[in-house]
Write a protein that binds this ligand. Sequence first.
Ligand code: ADP
Ligand code: MG
Length: 231
Amino acid sequence: MSVAAQIIDNAIKEGRKYLMEHEAKSICSQYGINVTKFRVAKDLDQALEFSREIGYPVVFKIVSPDIIHKSDVGGVIINIKNEEEAKNAYKKIMDNVKKHNPNAKIVGILVQEMAPAGLEVIIGGIKDPQFGHAIMFGLGGIFVEILKDVTFRIVPITREDAEEMIREIRGYPLLKGYRGQPPVDENAIIEALMKTSKLLMDFPKIEQLDLNPIFAYEKGIKVIDARIILE
Ligand code: ADP
Ligand code: MG
């Protein structure tokens, strides 16, 4: 069985509908979608060990099957620059989570590389009872939240579909480089859309998928946060 199938099977066995970020990112990796480096630490010592291994600056996030929106409970601390900050961040996250969600089961702390800023884009997947999966593309932040500047296709999509999706959003000029900003790697986004389409086709049990945000760079992209919800 593939890694992705195992992760999904395991969640179903545990009666979980929500895949944690590290699970969703492992699935993305299997499909060749580039994600941040990450490791799940069981305790503070491991968190420090993995931070050294990944290299500062790092990001810590709470890992819990009961917490879907990690920053809402103070479960995300970015730009941790050294061991002292790491110790404080670990404690702070655990305190925050205890305060906001005392009953949440804690698996550990997700240690990841602090990704350099990029243009925020999102790829989504949603299951329609009639048409199967639709794949969504848009720019992140206010573009999706306020302007609803997103586009959809039914999967599977072709390369031409992916190209069209990217070019038809109103925010497309931002991808091409705006006011002296360098253009972002359109081809890497096209590839990620096609790989996500394949992933959705392979797993009819996925009800919702959110790669949000993805940072797009001059060269390549990186998935910063990933969420998958099963039927
Ligand atoms: P939430 O579960 O609240 O959506 P996220 O994982 O999306 O938590 O983290 C919140 C925000 O922190 C992200 O939208 C992003 O701006 C920033 N962030 C998270 N992880 C990283 C990272 N590895 N590198 C840089 N910024 C990050
Ligand atoms: Mg997020």
